[in-house]
Design a binder for this molecule. Structure first.
Ligand SMILES: [Zn+2]
Length: 291
């Protein structure tokens, strides 16, 4: 006999046990709440100190993401990896002035310039469809150390890892698909995966806020999921660009919500009250109770 059974009559013990189960399974508390967590591109190349496309503070959000991963309510936890071939169209090093729009910069002697140059991506199946995209330093080349998920991320809690950007001919910020539509070139299968799991809400975190997190959140919303981005669990390439993204949300009345860690959207993931757990600055385990 366990200690609880010894302390309580069987009828009380059964009620107590049922309530515990309700809390653990969550869905019984909120039958219309079946959230999924999308952890976008927490990879070495997007993080200081050595990432080729390091986002300021990119590594620092990992404890919060690990806390979210520990919520018992997520029905699906997906991590994405940018996973490019060496000849990917988004790398400035794969372009010169004939294949990009580049500002004048003698230092680059006719080469495209990371962050500043752009190129036009044509639909390989329909050349009349195209879009312009920014060029980057080479990053997340499939199979290289820079493409690895950072070791601080608790991958033991992740159900599925998706690779994106694998087609050399198109850029793919979103974890769902590339922006080309007529016809679509790459589809990760994420929308179908979320539907099969009967997901209702999608929480998006990771890197970078103003590019892959943003595109992923917009597509999640357009696919019909209640979508939130947790502000403290993402970091932008460009703070000004991220501010414009958020302003556009308000101005256009889009359905994606950018929420704060202390807000109700994060709070409902922890019906037992646990809000923060993870690794502190000194590497120690930290745990805080919600007040
Ligand atoms: Zn990329």
């Amino acid at each position: 006999m366990g200690l609880l059974e010894w302390l309580m009559p069987p009828s009380i013990f059964n009620v107590f046990q049922t309530r515990l189960l309700d809390n653990e399974q969550g869905a019984q508390l909120e039958p219309d709440f079946r959230p999924a967590l999308l952890v976008v591109d927490m990879q070495e190349d997007f993080c200081p100190p050595n990432g080729t496309l390091a986002v300021t503070g990119g590594r620092s959000i990992t404890p919060l993401i690990n806390t979210l991963l520990s919520s018992p309510l997520f029905v699906l936890r997906v991590a994405t990896k940018d996973w490019h071939p060496p000849n990917h169209i988004s790398f400035a090093s794969n372009h010169n002035h004939t294949s990009s729009s580049s500002p004048c910069c003698p230092e680059f002697a006719g080469e495209a310039i990371p962050f500043l140059s752009t190129t036009t991506v044509h639909n390989p199946h329909n050349p009349s469809e195209s879009y312009t995209t920014r060029l980057w330093p080479a990053h997340c080349i499939a199979g290289t150390p820079g493409a690895c998920l950072i070791p601080e991320l608790d991958v033991s809690k992740i159900d599925k890892i998706l690779e994106k950007g694998t087609n050399p001919l198109v850029e793919m910020y979103s974890a769902f698909y590339d922006p080309l539509k007529n016809p679509r070139v790459s589809d990760s299968g994420l929308a179908q995966m979320l539907r099969e799991a009967r997901v209702t809400h999608v929480y998006v975190v990771g890197l970078a806020a103003d590019y892959c997190v943003w595109s992923t959140a917009m597509d999640a919303h357009n696919e019909g999921f209640e979508t939130v981005v947790v502000e403290e669990a993402t970091k932008p390439v460009d703070e000004e660009g991220w501010r414009r993204c958020k302003e556009a949300l308000v101005a256009e009345g889009k359905g994606v919500k950018v929420v704060r860690w202390e807000g109700e959207e994060v709070g409902r993931l922890f019906p037992g009250g646990l809000v923060t757990t993870g690794v502190g600055a000194g590497g120690e385990e930290v745990e805080e109770e919600k007040i």
